[in-house]
Design a protein around this ligand. Structure first.
Ligand SMILES: [Zn+2]
Length: 198
């Protein structure tokens, strides 16, 4: 149990430090959250959204799952997406994958089983289509696919049709050097808005 007690002690120390650095930080946060960003990332413990982007509590709404999948029948993600877009009114949705993703590697090796086999079905379809693709290329392609899925999602489409400024970005993180690369596949719904106006 020592390792669990350590976490609670860390927490006390962290809260104390934050309050010293920024007096009133927690009382201000208690009133409301106004994050500008929704982060959809991999559950991998080495890719924590806040730390790698230098964001504080209150800055980013986070959803993480294995291999950062955007699946339109995933109730969990759909609720997160709807809340982020319609209630919190985030301006940016970031899909952030990472090189060497274990989920994608397992699909490539044909080593998934049980629930994971179902969860990563879309990755499997892509891997089958691109037989010679390397793991890291597949990790990038996976992010691009999820950006496309989001761009076609009804929650996002409706926001764009209402004229909302909402950007979807595709990023990939390298665990080996801690750096994020922008895959430059940002979608802004310019087409949907133009269509709406005409
Ligand atoms: Zn991963």
């Amino acid at each position: 149990m020592k390792e669990i007690i350590q976490l609670l002690n860390n927490n006390k120390e962290w809260a104390r430090r934050v309050e010293i650095e920024t007096p009133g930080f927690f009382t201000k946060l208690k009133k409301q959250q106004r994050p500008k960003y929704l982060w959809i990332g991999c559950s991998d413990s080495r890719v924590p959204a806040n730390q790698i982007t230098g964001l504080l509590p209150g800055d980013v709404f986070v959803h993480r799952n294995i291999s950062n999948q955007v699946i339109n029948t995933d109730m969990n993600l759909m609720c997160v997406l709807q809340y982020a877009v319609d209630v919190l009114k985030v301006k940016h949705i970031i899909v952030c994958g990472h090189y060497g993703c274990g989920g994608i590697a397992a699909v490539k090796r044909n080593a998934t089983s049980g629930m994971l086999e179902h969860w990563l079905e879309n990755v499997r379809v892509s891997v089958r289509k691109h037989k010679r693709i390397t793991l890291n290329e597949m990790c990038e392609l996976n992010v691009k696919r999820q950006v496309e899925n989001l761009a076609h999602n009804t929650i996002v489409q409706k926001a764009w049709e209402r004229g909302r400024k909402l950007y979807i970005h595709g990023w990939i993180y390298a665990i080996s050097d801690g750096l994020i690369k922008d895959l430059k596949v940002t979608q802004s719904g310019a087409h949907a808005r133009k269509h709406h106006r005409s």
